[in-house]
Design a protein around this ligand. Sequence first.
Ligand code: GLU
Length: 309
Amino acid sequence: MSYSPLPHLRRALVALLLTALALAAAGCGREGSPPVKGPKSSELPTYPVARNFTLPASPTWERARRRGHLIVGVKEDQPYLGEKDPASGRYTGFDIEIAKMMSAALGFPPATLHFTTISSANRETALQNGQIDYYVGTYTINGKRKKLVGFAGPYYLAGQSLLVRSHEKDIHGPGDLAGKRVSSAAGSTPAQRIQAQYPRTQLVTYDTYSACVDNLLTYQVDAVTTDDAILLGYAAKVPDELKVVGKPFSREPYGIGVPRADNALRLALDDALAADEKNGSWKKAYDVTLGLSGVPAPQPPPIDRYPAS
Ligand code: GLU
């Protein structure tokens, strides 16, 4: 056989073309296209769906049954907690796993869940006007909010902290914030605490924490304050540019928000959380999501089954 360079060249060109097509189909390699966010589906636990489950005392559950699926309010820009991949629309994170566990326990396959992004300031209204069935998104349980909505849980205990640029030398705790520009999300407990307890701070609120972090990176503000769980996720994404400083200075027990009058749903979710903490699902979910920001799985806080009022 005589040697001819042509078939080799043609094969190389075809291979190049195929690679380019595969990359284009996968959405990679295009300038500015972000990497896919969140763990792969194969890395996530699955939750057995309760069979023949009914909850006739819950108007929220009955409405979801007639509709055929649950609608859950979440966050979409909080790494390892609630994050939406812009290309696929898929949501991942610890809060998303909690939402899926609860769906399975209520008899709805998690794959049928409809997620909708609701910001910190709009959670109570979304639950009050029936836009969502329940809410899982770094939602602190407190007395003021309990007048407006119900809470199952808590399923996690966070604490308010501070995120600064990695070269920052002056800010180590909330006592160093006088005269500093500090941002947080509108309607959040950390924003309220800064206003009430550190009035010499120049508080700047945005709708989302990703907007707060963008403004920190571009020197519009000096720090971002919210729960350590949220801030550690942002810091883990760009460790060269951001760091979390000081010790947590509040207790933020995360609950699942439900319509206030729906005690049957609230107590069913408390039961489901207790079961998932016992059977290992809670820890498995934590390890593949929030655990990636560097903190090993803690003991979940005790569930507070408070009486109806
Ligand atoms: N956990 C706090 C809150 O519920 C801060 C996080 C958030 O805004 O979601 O207000």
